[in-house]
Every structure is written in structure tokens, then in C-alpha cells.
Design a protein around this ligand. Structure first.
Ligand SMILES: Cc1ncc(COP(=O)(O)O)c(C=O)c1O
Length: 432
């Protein structure tokens, strides 16, 4: 792949270099020889501005569970956009209908509150837990991602381990006061959580957990143990379902694992790729934000220009109609299992010491010794080899961000699997 010379990619990158830090839109800057500018997506494939096609496994960071531009969602967006794209300060019908649907379909949801992004939803869930308990401390897990705010950026990418219960800063510019309100434990280690809860019970407001932490699934007893510990101590259990919500199963990971948290954050699939996210949970906690309580002690402020945006709400309703069809998640998860098994065969054939790991439709090729249980296991793996293979996969036409977990969508089919296995085979041949 070559983006040099007179291609449209190259011209646009020249502009991007000038006006965007690192010529990127956020956390990722692709090396010069594989970067491309997205032009359009259809189903599981994306095309760049020079007309090159890729099979998309980034899937809008997991938002695009139906693939790109599914007709039912596009129609819903067009219809609503023609009637009005935005409304603030009062209700709109799609937002009410979606809230009603989420309350029916999410096990923990007695009520929901809208947000715009997953980060906003996790920040708000933490604020609610603090207000509800009157305490400050939130426990998160090493290696867990909960978004881009100062509270979340604790030990998300720690390079040293064994530093729990104190977290590490993931970013400069984080106030020391914020750091002191967070602590961390190793994932899937109930004993460590129990120790922290016992020692810091008087300070602890909440525990926030990803039910599948990046690519590592919670062990069956871990989430149940967290639920029990929170019940025993009055700590608010927050499940971060921004990735897993309506992806692992209809209703989310709480339906899949059968563990009901007090609060849960949703985004990505909830939002259908548009500006919408939500916090779902217990009414007695969410009612702290009842605007009629403004000015009273205990009132929790939460508000946003785009909250309950009618276009994103209409898109999400259309998407949920598709996902609610019988057997949809079973088919997607089965496809994922088959694709990972077939990828494993390719890796083994080339003697590449990697695992094609998946939980439901979340997957990644990782270079760890056995299936990882914690961030420590991920760190002990060969991340340089993982990135090398991912780069080669990109060069062979698979859109996978190097070292980043990826997604199957309902638009991936036999043709994509066949083409992807061929690309992986070629990538393995080159790196092996
Ligand atoms: C588990 C989890 N929580 C929160 C977020 C933040 O969501 P957003 O990027 O919409 O702010 C992400 C984003 O990837 C996520 O994976």
C-alpha cells in the first residue's frame, strides 16, 4: 500500500498534518505507509478516497453492529432529520420512545438518563454514585477503559504493575485531587477487591467494571462476587456497558452474565453511531437528577445540549428493531467463534505464537501465554509482535487498528471471512 505521490489520500494528509495534531482524530496516528482517508462504508467494507477497499473490523469502535449504513437506520435518520435534527430543553418523541424501550430491555434499568458520549455516561455514573453514598472514592480495574475524562484515566494503560490500590496517571494535566478519588485493583481478582473494600469501605462510593475488559472476559464468579460485595457494603456497582451493551446479547452483558448492576453506562450501539449515550439504573439513584430538585441538597446536575438528540434516538430505535429479531446475537456470536477458530488455524499453520481470542463478537489476535485473565497477562505478552502482525493485516486490506480490540458485525459474511483469511495468511507469511 502506498499513500505517497499524487493520491487524494496524500493531499488530504498534507492538510491534516498542518491542522490536526499528529494528523489524527484522536488517539491513533497510522504510520505513513498504511494510512488512509475514509471515503465511504457499505456493510462490512470501507473504501478510501483513492478507491481502495478494506474489510472493516474497527466498526466505528464497536458502534456499527449492523455494519455501515444499514438501510433501516439510514431511513430512520433521513426521516427524522427532515423533521428536525435537534431540539433542546423539552421532550421529543424518539427520545421518549427510546427511553421506554431501554427501560423494558435493560435488566438494571428502572429509568435512564441520556448523555452524548460513553465518556460522559461513565463520568455521570461516577458522580451519581458519589452523590448517592456521600463518599468520594471509585474503584476501577487495571487496564479498563472508561473514556477520556480525568477520573477514568487512571491505570488504563499502566506500564508498571502491582501498584494497586493507587492508580497511575494515563495523561498529563490530571489534577492531584482527582487522582486521590480513584483506586485500582487487578481484573478478575476478587480477593484484591475484597481487601480494598474492607480497608476503604468508609470512603468507597462505587466500583466500575467492564464486563469484558478490552478482550478479557469477566470470570463467571467475578461479577457475581462484585455484586455480593457491593450489596454487603452499600457500594454502588456500575457496569460499563458502552461496548458490551446490546452487543454481547440483547440487553447487554448484564443479560449475558446474569448480573444486574445498580447503574450501567451505554453508548456505541446505543446511539447507532450518532451522538447519544445513556446511563441506566435504579430509579432512587437516577432521580437525584430530577430537575425539579434543583437547589435542594443532594441534587445531581446533569445536562447537555445534545442529550436525547432525536436523530440519534430514531436511529437507535431502528437499530434495536433489527437486533431484537430472534437469533440475531446467537448468529453473530457463532460467526465470531467460527472466524476466530479459522484464524487460529492460519496462525498455527505459520507457527505464529498468537491466540485469536474472542468473547461474543469482540475479538483480537493477541500474543499472550494462554488466555489472559488480567492486564498483567496482556502486558506480559509480546505487544510488538501483535502490532507487527496487525500492520501487515492492514497492508493486506483489513482495517484493524494496531494492538486494538476489534469487532464483527452482522454485515460480515462468508465472502469477508474468506477474504480475511487470505489476508491473514499473507500477513503471517510476511511476519513469520
Ligand atoms: C468500555 C468503554 N467505556 C467508555 C468508553 C468511552 O466512550 P466514548 O468514546 O463514546 O466517549 C469507551 C470507548 O471506547 C469504552 O470502550
Amino acid at each position: 500500500m502506498d499513500t505517497a505521490g499524487t493520491s487524494v489520500n496524500a493531499g488530504l494528509y498534507d492538510i491534516a498534518e498542518r491542522v490536526l495534531p499528529g494528523a489524527g482524530l484522536g488517539g491513533y496516528a497510522l504510520p505513513e505507509d498504511i494510512r488512509f482517508v475514509f471515503a465511504e462504508g457499505a456493510g462490512a467494507r470501507v473504501t478510501d478516497v483513492d478507491g481502495r477497499q478494506f474489510i472493516d473490523y474497527v466498526g466505528g469502535a464497536g458502534a456499527l453492529i449492523l455494519g455501515h449504513s444499514p438501510p433501516a437506520v439510514v431511513s430512520a435518520v433521513q426521516e427524522q432529520a427532515a423533521r428536525g435534527m435537534h431540539m433542546f430543553g423539552t421532550l421529543n418523541e424518539p427520545a421518549i420512545r427510546l427511553a421506554d424501550r431501554l427501560v423494558k430491555d435493560i435488566p438494571c434499568a428502572e429509568k435512564i438518563v441520556y448523555a452524548t458520549t460513553g465518556s460522559e455516561a461513565t463520568a455521570y455514573a461516577m458522580r451519581l454514585a458519589r452523590a448517592y453514598t456521600g463518599k468520594d472514592l471509585i474503584l476501577k480495574f487495571e487496564g479498563a477503559y472508561h473514556g477520556n475524562h480525568d477520573y477514568a484515566l487512571t491505570s488504563t494503560f499502566p506500564t508498571r504493575l502491582g501498584n494497586d490500590p493507587l492508580g497511575q496517571d494515563d495523561t498529563a494535566g490530571r489534577p492531584a485531587g482527582t487522582r486521590r478519588t480513584m483506586c485500582v485493583a487487578p481484573y478478575n481478582d476478587l480477593g484484591a477487591v475484597e481487601r480494598i473494600v474492607r480497608e476503604r469501605r468508609d470512603e468507597l462510593a462505587g466500583v466500575i467494571v467492564e464486563p469484558v475488559q478490552r478482550i478479557i472476559p469477566a470470570e463467571p464468579e467475578f461479577l457475581k462476587g462484585l455484586r455480593r460485595l457491593c450489596d454487603e457494603t452499600g457500594v454502588v456497582m456500575i457496569m460499563d456497558e458502552v461496548v458490551t451493551g446490546f452487543r454481547l446479547a440483547y440487553g447487554g452483558a448484564q443479560a449475558y452474565f446474569d448480573v444486574v448492576p445498580d447503574l450501567a453506562s451505554f453508548g456505541k450501539v446505543v446511539g447507532a453511531g450518532g451522538p447519544l449515550a445513556a446511563v441506566a439504573g435504579r430509579a432512587d439513584i437516577l432521580d437525584l437528577s430530577d430537575p425539579r430538585r434543583k437547589g435542594e441538597p443532594g441534587y445531581v446536575y446533569f445536562n447537555g445540549t445534545l442529550h436525547g438528540n432525536p436523530v440519534a434516538a430514531a436511529a437507535t430505535l431502528a437499530l434495536l428493531d433489527e437486533l431484537a429479531r430472534p437469533g440475531v446475537h446467537d448468529a453473530l456470536n457463532r460467526y465470531s467463534a467460527q472466524a476466530c477458530a479459522a484464524s487460529q488455524k492460519v496462525l498455527d499453520r505459520h507457527g505464529v505464537p498468537a491466540i485469536a481470542e474472542h468473547t461474543g463478537s469482540l475479538w483480537q489476535i493477541i500474543f499472550t501465554r494462554g488466555r489472559p485473565r488480567s492486564h498483567a497477562d496482556m502486558l506480559a505478552g509480546d505487544s510488538a509482535a501483535m502490532r507487527r502482525l496487525d500492520m501487515q493485516c492492514m497492508k493486506q486490506g483489513l482495517y484493524v487498528l494496531p494492538g486494538v480490540r476489534r469487532f464483527f458485525s452482522l454485515a460480515h459474511g462468508d465472502a469477508e471471512l474468506e477474504d480475511s483469511l487470505r489476508a491473514l495468511d499473507q500477513a503471517c507469511r510476511i511476519v513469520a
